[in-house]
Ligand binder design. Structure first.
Ligand SMILES: Cc1ncc(COP(=O)(O)O)c(C=O)c1O
Length: 332
């Protein structure tokens, strides 16, 4: 066994592309904000970025905020989640999907995932519904859209709000429509590992003017657009992003397609190396978004692709069966 991990010759002689990546456009936009002095959340760059992001996802409204966690909290607040309200969340996700419910004084109720797609199972979610259920948060885990036909029908039948946690799924498409169009609101993260990043940041997109206004007010100390700086109509807080973050991300949107490609290829190459060196199996076909699921890595079972998924963005969702993995690293 000659994996580089255990002393063998590395397959790669060049490092993978650095992440996060940036170009002249980002550098110039950041300098522009630095020089024009509009550094805060009311920078024109914020509105510019919000328009670019909603255009990318074909929704009417986008409201940016400090990170993906408070994006979830703001969306839940906007749909009226409060004391004792139950919100169904998937059993596998990042902790924020559930803790954002607690921050609204609601109760997260865990429902199981579908082991094939790693997304929330519609049947398990339906089973978890009680008279106190007010919302479901569906996570498009690892960039793979959940079965939004099933969840839309479920939400309509039970009169509950459907929220998409799309922290991993910038630009993913379900049956021809980008994620963010299937529930009352969708949230995204721009934290450092995400496909579109500015280090930290978040956004809520929606087709409801009422939800957009509520999210904006909550993130802006209870203000109303067009109202005075010291006019506070409801309870809110300060979850604004800065002009610098918005400037960086406006360019990220413009370059999203290119970034997706380079990041996906890097991932496939990693798996290719592992597969070819460790198990003497034929290497996977390169590249193409869906070809990730053709990689033959021992013990690896990629999440199945739901037939409704027209485009998944980047895949980091992987199941490993330890019993079939090569053993040398463990033996040493
Ligand atoms: C599914 C999911 N939801 C929400 C978040 C929270 O995003 P943030 O880290 O920007 O607060 C994350 C972060 O990784 C996530 O993976």
């Amino acid at each position: 066994m000659d994996l580089a991990l255990v002393g063998g010759n590395p397959v790669r002689t060049h490092p993978f592309p650095a992440w996060p990546s940036f170009g002249e456009d980002e550098a110039n936009s950041l300098l522009e904000v630095l020089r024009n002095g509009s550094w805060g959340g009311y920078s024109e760059k914020v509105a510019e970025f919000e328009s670019a992001f909603s255009a990318l996802h074909r929704t009417k409204y986008a409201v940016s905020c400090a990170n993906g966690t408070v994006a979830l909290e703001s969306a839940l607040h906007a749909v009226g989640i409060s004391c004792g309200d139950e919100v169904i969340v998937p059993a596998i996700t990042f902790v924020a999907t559930a803790t954002s419910v607690l921050l609204c004084h609601g109760v997260p109720v865990f429902a199981d995932i579908d082991p094939a797609t790693l997304n929330l199972s519609p049947a398990a979610a339906e089973h978890a519904i009680s008279p106190r259920t007010r919302a479901i948060i569906v996570v498009h885990f690892g960039g793979q859209p959940a079965d939004m036909d099933a969840f839309q029908s479920l939400a309509e039948r039970h009169h509950i709000a459907l929220i998409e946690d799309a922290a991993h799924a910038h630009g993913a498409i379900w049956r021809g429509l980008p994620v963010g169009n299937f529930g009352v609101a969708a949230t995204f993260s721009f934290q450092g590992f995400k496909l579109v990043t500015s280090g930290e940041g978040g956004i809520v997109i929606t087709n409801s003017s009422e939800v957009a206004e509520k999210v904006w007010g909550y993130c802006n100390q209870g203000r109303r657009k067009g109202g005075g700086w010291f006019e506070h109509f409801t309870l809110g807080t300060n979850y604004r992003i800065t002009g610098f973050q918005a400037a960086d991300r406006a360019n990220s949107c413009a370059r999203a397609e290119r970034r997706v490609f380079s990041r996906t290829v890097a991932l496939i190459l990693r798996l290719h190396d592992f597969s070819a060196r460790s198990a003497s199996r034929s290497p996977p076909e390169l590249p193409g978004f869906s070809s990730l699921s053709t990689c033959r890595v021992p013990g690896r079972q990629p999440g199945d692709r739901d037939p409704g998924t027209a485009r998944r963005r980047y895949s980091r969702a992987t199941r490993l069966s330890l019993s079939t993995l090569p053993q040398p690293a463990i033996q040493e």
